[in-house]
Design a protein around this ligand. Structure first.
Ligand SMILES: [Zn+2]
Length: 131
């Protein structure tokens, strides 16, 4: 089976939406799945330890060039997700996408179109306008 594009994914989700027909149910599931993405990332830090967080103030000024900014701005994170955590975080992001697609279905929004529009904005706005 080939990987579905966003349009096919959204249609597939629509067929499975019977159990989550109510917009209230979908909204609460969407938010819950978002919290699960956060939680699985935090657990990679606090329970597994494959990534570490060490945060401080970002020393960023408006007059910096893009290459200056890339050198100065810190992700506040070191390490990489191990295979196990990668699987867990990825699965939670998958559930989050499911409920995002469900919400789009209920609101009659085209997820593929939204991604295309956002991608166009990313390429025209540039780095500093996205914050
Ligand atoms: Zn891990």
């Amino acid at each position: 089976m080939s990987t579905p594009d966003l349009k096919e994914f959204q249609e597939q989700v629509s067929e499975l939406l019977l159990r989550h027909r109510s917009v209230l149910d979908v909204l609460s599931k969407f938010q819950q799945s978002n919290a699960a993405v956060h939680r699985s990332t935090v657990k990679a830090v606090t329970e597994c330890g494959c990534i570490e967080v060490n945060a401080g103030k970002q020393h960023f000024t408006q007059d910096m060039t893009l290459s200056d900014a890339r050198q100065v701005l810190d992700s506040h994170m070191s390490g990489r997700l191990c295979e196990n955590c990668r699987e867990i975080v990825g699965a939670e992001i998958g559930k989050n996408l499911f409920y995002l697609a469900s919400l789009c279905n209920l609101l009659e929004l085209d997820l593929q179109q939204i991604v295309s529009d956002e991608s166009r904005k990313c390429s025209t706005l540039g780095l500093f306008n996205l914050s």
